[in-house]
Design a protein around this ligand. Structure first.
Ligand code: TXA
Ligand code: MG
Length: 354
């Protein structure tokens, strides 16, 4: 199959491309499109066979449910049993934006979309192309990140093409890299208490301001306990991974962390390996060998979120064997950054604080 890529410079002038994409969606096809977090691979969420095409194109395990994207808050109503009052407040505060809300699903959402769960994940993305596509399709769009399952989420159309060229009919190219750069916060509002299942751009502090209290799922920074079935099935897979092995270093000070990374660097270079260093603007001067990349500024963790996947891809391009990565403080946006980094590392963390 040929994969068409349409560059959308001016949403009004290039509306014909969105119309063509919407026509594909109505025919039960899949289309990749930009959102403010990462690119999504969308299909009609109410159509089981269309949704199956997403799973096939990505090679995604079919026990991993999808997020349903809407262009207007009221469009969630037919998809759910009820909208609890606190959920209205969340929608008011954070939609459109990087917050996915899980509610009890109604009968119109097919089991393919929710992987057989009784709940459905809902989000209104904050991107004009995504909103126009949903609107023109006239249906809610089930959309996971538009990457091959287990790989890094795409933040540019080129990344989607690298993974899915020939497997999908169309990519809408938003030209600019996705602003948030990490997938949305997933918040479960279907139980007694709100629980963050996956941290993202809407931070625990921002949610607490609206809800008063929010719990964090215990597997955010560690592997899910295999004795329980995970609340967010996606979190159990090795995820968000570049090709190289990743090892994270945690230190009592930035200097100590860098010293330990330099020690490991010498060891791996001595073995003839190609080594990458994932540093930050504040620490990059500590390093002098290997391929050194800054993921952003510690002072402003949102810049690290935006740059993380692009940095990891740079190492893949350079053919690096092993990436030595710095720990970032796991508060606010830092929690989402470490949630993804720890999974990219397969939970390998060297703690040098003792
Ligand atoms: O920012 C995003 O959320 C992007 C863009 C495209 O919107 N989408 C995205 O989708 O990251 P995906 O499929 O890569 O991740 C969805 C996550 C998975 O971890 C999945 O297990 C979880 O949401 N999820 C979806 N429905 C769920 C449900 N009903 N209950 C619990 N977790 C759910
Ligand atoms: Mg994904």
């Amino acid at each position: 199959m040929e994969t068409k890529v349409y560059r959308i410079k001016d949403i009004e002038k290039d509306f014909w491309a969105i119309d063509e994409a919407a026509a594909l969606i109505r025919q039960g096809q899949v289309v990749a499109f930009p959102t403010e977090t990462v690119y999504g691979l969308g299909a009609n969420a109410r159509h089981g066979q269309a949704v199956d095409r997403i799973f096939k194109a990505k090679g995604r395990p079919n026990d991993n449910p999808l997020i349903v994207h809407v262009s207007k808050a009221e469009d969630i109503e037919p998809l759910v049993l009820e909208v609890p009052p606190e959920t209205h407040a969340l929608i008011e505060a954070f939609w459109p934006g990087p917050l996915t809300i899980i509610l009890k699903k109604s009968g119109v959402v097919p089991h393919e979309t929710t992987a057989g769960l009784t709940t459905v994940a809902l989000r209104m993305p904050n991107h004009p192309i995504a909103l126009a596509l949903i609107e023109r399709s006239g249906v809610p769009l089930a959309a996971p990140s538009a990457n091959t399952s287990g790989r890094l989420s795409p933040t540019m159309a080129q990344h989607v093409l690298e993974d899915l060229s020939g497997a999908i009919p169309m990519i809408l190219d938003g030209i600019y890299p996705c602003q948030v750069g990490l997938e949305s916060t997933v918040l479960d509002m279907s139980g007694e208490n709100p629980v963050i299942l996956r941290p993202g751009g809407i931070t625990p502090g921002m949610l607490r301001e609206v809800l008063g209290h929010v719990d964090l799922d215990e597997s955010i920074l560690k592997p899910a306990d295999p004795r329980h079935s995970p609340r967010s099935p996606g979190m159990k897979y090795k995820h968000y991974a570049p090709r190289a092995q990743v090892i994270i270093f945690k230190g009592s000070s930035l200097k100590r962390m860098a010293d330990k990374i330099n020690e490991a660097l010498d060891k791996y270079l001595g073995r003839g390996l190609k080594v990458g260093i994932l540093a930050t603007d504040e620490t990059i001067h500590h390093y002098g060998q290997g391929r050194i990349v800054s993921m952003g500024r510690r002072e402003e963790p949102a810049t690290i979120a935006t740059g993380l996947y692009t940095s990891l891809r740079e190492f893949d391009k350079a053919g690096v064997d092993i990436i030595l990565a710095e720990w970032v403080e796991e508060k606010e946006e830092g929690l989402a950054i470490m949630n993804r980094m720890i999974r990219a590392a397969g939970f390998q963390v060297v703690d040098t604080t003792q």
